[in-house]
Design a protein around this ligand. Structure first.
Ligand code: GDP
Length: 143
């Protein structure tokens, strides 16, 4: 079993797409192990995306991520990191494959509806960023 951090970004929450995206997550076979609605401050968004500090899109990205509520989730499945990235599609919605969430719900490379961890190390950092010290429900538990 593997876990990944997923975010339903502020653009998607604003457009009332949360329920549809959650349905796609469950239909794809992920277990939701933790979930919160969060309003990030600019500083929290900068901490989460620290790896991108200094890139041209960093100010716009952190402004957008703190522009309204987002839903943060821990998803669990075999190969969850890769499978969630596959379901999301490419970063740029116009380049994302047909049937992916970003293709369907993203509107630009910046406002692309969802986030997912890209490796086990980033998943561990990102899960800890939003769910510090929380004992997550185990397989066979509440899920
Ligand atoms: P991801 O792992 O597919 O989310 O992509 P990255 O880790 O490379 O980038 C993080 C986020 O920054 C993306 O999801 C986009 O929202 C944003 N981003 C990345 N590249 C660009 C870009 O060239 N322009 C803009 N405006 N945003 C970008």
């Amino acid at each position: 079993m593997e876990r990944t951090l997923a975010i339903i970004k502020p653009d998607a929450v604003r457009r009332r797409l949360t329920g549809r995206i959650l349905a796609r997550i469950e239909e794809a076979g992920f277990q939701i192990r933790a979930m919160r609605l969060v309003q990030l401050t600019r500083t929290e968004a900068e901490g989460f995306y620290a790896v991108h500090r200094g890139k041209p899109f960093f100010p716009g990205l952190t402004e957008f991520m703190s522009s309204g509520p987002a839903v943060v989730l821990v998803l669990e499945a075999p190969g969850a990191i890769g499978r969630w990235r596959e379901l999301m599609g490419a970063t740029d919605p116009s380049k994302a494959a047909e049937g992916t969430l970003r293709r369907e719900y993203g509107t630009s490379i910046g406002e692309n509806a969802t986030h997912g961890s890209d490796a086990p190390e980033t998943a561990a950092f990102e899960i800890g960023y939003f769910f510090p010290g929380v004992e997550l429900a185990r397989a066979g538990g509440v899920g």
